[in-house]
Design a protein around this ligand. Sequence first.
Ligand code: ADP
Length: 546
Amino acid sequence: MLGLMQDRPLLISSLIEHAATFHPNTEIVSRLPEGNVHRTNWGALRDRSKQVANALKSLGIGQGVRVGTLAWNSHRHLALYYGVSGSGAVLHTVNPRLFPEQIDYIVNHAEDQILFFDITFAALVEKLAPVLKTVKAFIAMTDRAHMPAIQVPNLLCYEELLDAQSTDYTWPEFDERSASSLCYTSGTTGNPKGVLYSHRSTLLHTLMELAPDTFGISSSETLLLIVPMFHANAWGAPYAAAMVGAKLVLPGPHLDGQSIFTLMHDERVTFSQGVPTVWLMLFQYLDANPQIDPRSIGVKRIGIGGAAVARAMLERFENDFGAEVVQGWGMTETSPIGVISKLLPKHANTPPEELLKIKLKQGRGVWGVDLKIVDAMGVTLPWDGVAFGNLLVRGPWIASGYFRDEGGAVLDADGFFPTGDVATIDPDGYLQLVDRAKDVIKSGGEWISSIDVENAAMSHPAVAEAAVIGVAHPKWQERPLLLIVKRPGVAVEPGEILAHLSQRIAKWWLPDDVVFVDSLPHTATGKLLKTSLRQQFRDYQLPGTR
Ligand code: ADP
């Protein structure tokens, strides 16, 4: 027997309609590539989104057609989030930090018919245009005065195109399982693969993102979105902000420490999300300007994911900023919320040192995401916080496969998606990431977690950033090599670092050598690019093997 409740589809257009109806005057503040700060609100953004939808219609873009963006976080990009997906087309957010060849591959693979781009990427677009076979129009996201002088066919001006459209548009109703947006994983291995989100998966994910035990976002929030809108839908925050009518602050391309500090401070930001590398840039700015009191920002919560949170980072936010750190684990394929780190009532009297260990775990399961860890044979492992194995996840906002069936069938017999991560889960359901399966260091048949060694190194005051990779060893197969970027102007010797580590990690995990480097390479999504480091140090001779 079926229930008798209304079968209304869960559609992204409902989010912007809600925000505009109940929070029309709540602001959306953007720092644009042109340099100025722009202010609009949810009411006006709905109108702009409807103009986007009408513009797409005038360009012949129908349901299911892919519309690409090469753009930073701004109100213009936000209007595309709603106008493109709301009209039934598919918003394909391309990561502009990828190599040009990868962008070319992705846009062609997705068969984008329109490409919206920020003027920052004008030269890139001009270079790529001849090979982007399916793109019928290139739309520069700016006004007439700032139009780039480039030679591409069918170059249009965003503001002009939209101004010419009516704000009268009725959002279509369609199957909630229809595709809404497309995001390619950055492809640290192999070609990038497309993750195709649906309206339904997006709305369910958004609901969970608001919950008090996850990011706890409400209408009283001012949200600074540092996570790019081209990275897993900015962790869903553009949708979450609309669902509750929160104020949004969008930094455009200005992600340096000073710009982020100024926006946070001036707009009274209460919650901000970003990967560890952007927070390191903020810290560097504050280090250089010790007269600034980080508490003057007034930020209450910092969401961190994409890479492990180091103890030093967590403590700095808690102690210097007076902010709570909410760590999350996820990936493009998980929309991206997988687990979120929040304490339980039972932790009320837990001693600080113990509490810190819990906070540094990636987090606990949320409704909607089933977790399991398995050994090499696929046998399920216990949740004892010790046994570690391959992590698999299942749920309504987890990918079932990749766009155009790249990589073939990916789910296991029970419908779980293999994440490529190795983790433990403790009896309270806290997941701790040991490593990415391909980054784990295999020493004498045992595994060393590069994340743990990096975190231990990062707790030394002279260390700005650390990476640990496995280097071939004649006896042990692999041994860890620690690469360190020092804080500016600080002198430190390898021996001091190793002494510091020996207090914190097992003796056999101690790196065989420490090398100081000027900088470490990162992927387009801000993670340490270990493939490149392994390549660079492939022939490195560890002490004792020279
Ligand atoms: P990519 O396209 O580079 O794979 P994703 O953002 O999808 O980008 O990366 C997901 C991966 O990031 C996860 O599989 C995991 O290895 C890593 N990751 C995400 N969150 C965390 C976290 N909190 N701690 C450690 N690693 C994390």
